[in-house]
Design a protein around this ligand. Sequence first.
Ligand SMILES: Cc1cc2nc3c(=O)[nH]c(=O)nc-3n(C[C@H](O)[C@H](O)[C@H](O)COP(=O)(O)O)c2cc1C
Length: 190
Amino acid sequence: MKRSFGVKPWLYPMPTYMIGTYDPDGAVDEMMMAWGGICAENMVALNLEADHKTVANLRSRMAFTLAVPGADTLAQSDYLGIVSANKVPDKFARSGLHAVKSEYVDAPVVEEYPLTLECVVERFEEEPYGLRVLGRIVNVLCEESALDEKGRIDPARLRAFAFDQMQNGYYAMGEKLGKAWNAGAGLVKG
Ligand SMILES: Cc1cc2nc3c(=O)[nH]c(=O)nc-3n(C[C@H](O)[C@H](O)[C@H](O)COP(=O)(O)O)c2cc1C
């Protein structure tokens, strides 16, 4: 028996990604984003409320980082999704996290986040449903502690966490259940 809920943005899991930007004075801003992700081989899409400080920063610097926070930074990352740099200009400093400048783009790389995509803004799309920003990936950075023995990025070691919009929860990720394009291979008819 299934129950109907009408029109809701209720997919699960939603990602927890962190968008890093510099403001015109060089101050770091980070915000949490769940509504976005990979949209092409070398592109990401960010769905953003237009009044965020991050959006003003994206328009002035045309660059950003998109990072995956680990569970060890859950409180700081949630804080960065609650507070706006429009109201608290030293928001990032107050989080206790640390950032260095990206080598590839005009945006900050947070030292504590294990996986970071360094991106340039390709386009702003003002849609009836809101603002979408398309970014092009210029480089990917990953902490060595999140690599496996073969040097591959290991999701289990990233300790990423998912967001649930139905109860506003964060959920641990990382248990490997099977191999993609393989677990169902036995059901493929020859
Ligand atoms: C779990 C979570 C997910 C969020 N997802 C988004 C999102 O996808 N798009 C968005 O515009 N804001 C999202 N936010 C809200 C922003 O992170 C928040 O408004 C932030 O304070 C904006 O910071 P800024 O004004 O310094 O850029 C999310 C917040 C949380 C806690």
